[in-house]
Design a protein around this ligand. Structure first.
Ligand SMILES: [Zn+2]
Length: 172
């Protein structure tokens, strides 16, 4: 069985506590995001060192390795989106099809040791990018290709939930 594409729109996470992972977006700032990444990154690193890193819990669910590849790419995509918004208020984001990317980049066949290094590197760069966002930039806007609008503040919260929710997915 193939991985079922995730077509859910997760923007509700900005208004409600996540019933699965307990994430509460309320009042989080980009600096809080940077601090929480300091906690999340070692947990991702540990997950990539586990014996079951290649095992899908069931045929339609990603293995810890595949989730880690996704999070590595998530760091890069959201850092880029943040940079776009800081350069241009009202920036438009390119479309990112995460399930197509997983197939194209062969997440399932990646080398966990290499992904470990890449995730740490991308994570640190993204952490540093959120850490230095000035307060007067929190309201800058960015538009997804589906039309939904983010501010720097809501983008930060949405992004952090993805990183932490997937830790919950891999029980790390
Ligand atoms: Zn969640």
């Amino acid at each position: 069985m193939a991985i079922i594409p995730d077509t859910k729109d997760w923007t509700w996470i900005l208004d409600r506590v996540c019933p699965e992972c307990g994430f509460d977006a309320d009042s989080l700032t980009p600096q809080d995001v940077a601090r929480r990444l300091d906690t999340a990154l070692p947990r991702w690193d540990a997950a990539l060192g586990r014996d079951d890193v290649l095992e899908r819990p069931d045929p339609s669910t990603w293995s810890p390795l595949e989730y880690a590849c996704h999070v590595r790419d998530l760091f890069e995509v959201f850092r880029h989106r943040l940079e776009l918004m800081l350069v241009e208020d009202g920036a438009r984001f390119g479309n990112w099809d995460q399930d197509a990317t997983a197939v194209e980049k062969e997440y399932a066949n990646a080398d966990p040791a290499i992904v470990r290094g890449e995730l740490a590197e991308q994570g640190a760069l993204t952490r540093d990018a959120f850490a230095v966002v000035p307060e007067d930039a929190y309201g800058r806007r960015g538009l997804r290709s589906n039309g939904s609008e983010f501010t720097v503040l809501t983008l930060s919260r949405y992004f952090l939930h993805d990183v932490e929710h997937h830790l919950h997915d891999v029980r790390a």
